[in-house]
Design a protein around this ligand. Structure first.
Ligand code: SAH
Ligand code: F3S
Length: 451
């Protein structure tokens, strides 16, 4: 049988989609190749959020098809995911050696299409159509593909986004919001837990809008909180996370869930994007700085140690020094434990790309550097402050940085590296933090009880 190599760009949703495609192909008898050059089939699962991400995948594919032409003309190439969706056939016009272009609602057809191409029945396939029910098609998991993945798993609960932030291409690449049912999601989670998974991260572009159109609010609880309640019932599941929420989804029912559900860990990635009300409005984010700060205060009132991280865009069209100062001051006020900074990148057919006063690249660069320094200072000081504390970690497996050690995560989503053996894998254990590095903690399980 042929071998396949899948390279993933972008977010966790993409990782999850790639995992599902890999599982689908393995079930059909494909082997997983160790590298792009060794594979019979190479699939790039792409990201369109910023131009740089698209250019990376295009550059990689150009190199790969160039090498194949000389050495292995029979190699099969495909683009999957967001860029496949937004560019479609244009990708084959640009790179004629590409055989398959598969959109975001068609991942489940990968095996069928590759089979036709490999058998020589069809030469090129482009399928970027919408497909009803595609949100429920991503179910297969490949837990043993990665050593760590048996302890933690991603579960996709919805697809698409209707928010239409003016800078964002996702509503175009991922389509309208579509949610899976609670029983369907719970069944997938139960199966994962039966296979040894202890922590589940629920995924979606805007998870807090889960089920809005399908499930009415019950006893004051939104569909998303009803889903959390249902998953929380699963015995032997230890931890629940989710990403990405939208600030407008933090109603009192969700805040209260943090107080009520012990498996819902004290961790939240809440994209704020900007600290300036004027920019937030132009972005169509649907909240003000004050409302955002109010959410953070409420979360901290129920979970004082909650680890909060965020996404911020610098250089949105018309952003002035004063707007940017508002972002700096918001970051100081909230003290995010980490933040992902994005330089604004104009995206095709988005309202922001047509807005006047695009910010010059050199100003974006300098604001980016200033904000990054500030986020790092605050984040690293927080990590340092944890030295000497005791933390509960879930042991995921061998450390990425040093395979002779183990790695786990705190409830607030910080990596802890420590000496241990594989029998600790999948266990919850307490460690004492002995030192902190760059957004990493080091722990010692042995001295936990020495107060
Ligand atoms: N809700 C999605 C957001 C997808 S985009 C999620 O689940 O991750 C991820 C982040 O990329 C956004 O939060 C935003 O900060 C950034 N981003 C999106 N569009 C962008 C653009 N045009 N330029 C720069 N950054 C962008
Ligand atoms: Fe994009 Fe805004 Fe949705 S950032 S994914 S349109 S919430």
């Amino acid at each position: 049988m042929p071998s396949v190599y899948i390279k993933t760009y972008g977010c966790q949703m993409n990782e999850r989609d790639s995992e599902a495609v890999a599982a689908q192909l393995v079930a059909k008898g494909y082997a997983l190749a160790p590298s792009e050059t060794a594979a019979d089939v190479v699939l790039l699962n792409t990201c369109s959020v910023r131009d740089a991400a698209e250019q990376n995948a295009l550059g990689r594919m150009t190199t790969l098809v160039g090498m194949a032409r000389k050495r292995r003309p029979e190699q099969v190439f495909g683009f999957l995911g967001c860029m496949a969706q937004s560019r479609g056939r244009e990708l084959i016009d640009k790179l004629p050696d590409v055989d398959l272009v598969l959109g975001t609602q068609k991942f489940h057809r990968a095996a069928e299409y590759l089979g036709e191409i490999l058998a020589g029945r069809r030469e090129k396939i482009v399928d970027v159509a919408e497909e009803q029910g595609s949100e429920a098609t991503i179910k297969e998991h490949l837990l043993n593909g990665k050593a760590k993945s048996a302890v933690t798993a991603f579960v996709s609960i919805m697809q698409g986004c209707n928010q239409r932030c003016t800078f964002c291409i996702v509503p175009d690449t991922r389509g309208e919001e579509r949610s899976r049912t609670i029983p369907d999601i719970v069944a997938e989670c139960r199966e994962l837990v039966a296979r040894g998974v202890r922590e589940i991260t629920l995924l979606g572009q805007i998870v807090t809008s889960y089920g809005k159109r399908d499930l009415p609010v019950k006893d004051g609880r939104s569909a998303f909180v009803q889903l959390l309640d249902a998953i929380h019932e699963i015995e032997e599941l230890e931890r629940i996370r989710f990403t990405s929420p939208h600030p407008k989804g933090y109603g009192d029912d969700l805040i209260e869930a943090y107080a009520r559900l012990p498996k819902l860990v004290e961790s939240a990635h809440i994209p704020v994007q900007s600290g300036s009300d004027r920019i937030l409005k132009l972005m169509h984010r649907g909240y003000t700085r004050e409302r955002f700060l109010g959410i953070i205060a409420k979360l901290r009132a129920v979970q004082p140690h909650i680890g909060i991280t965020t996404d911020i865009i610098v250089g949105f069209p018309s952003e002035t020094d004063e707007d940017f100062e508002q972002t700096l001051s918001l970051v100081r006020e909230v003290k995010f434990q980490n933040g992902f900074l994005f330089k604004y990148s104009p995206r095709r057919d988005t309202p922001a790309a047509a807005m006047p006063d695009q910010v010059p690249p050199e100003i974006i660069e300098s604001r980016h550097a200033r904000l990054l320094a500030q986020i790092n200072d605050i984040g690293l000081a927080h990590y340092e402050s944890l030295v000497g504390t005791r933390q509960q970690i879930l042991v995921e497996g061998a450390s990425h940085r040093n395979a002779t050690r183990l790695e786990g995560r705190t409830r607030t989503n910080k990596i802890v590296i420590f000496e241990g053996t594989d029998r600790h894998r999948g266990q919850l254990m307490d460690v004492r933090i002995t030192r902190s590095g760059s957004f990493t903690l080091y722990g010692d399980p042995a001295i936990v009880n020495v107060e």
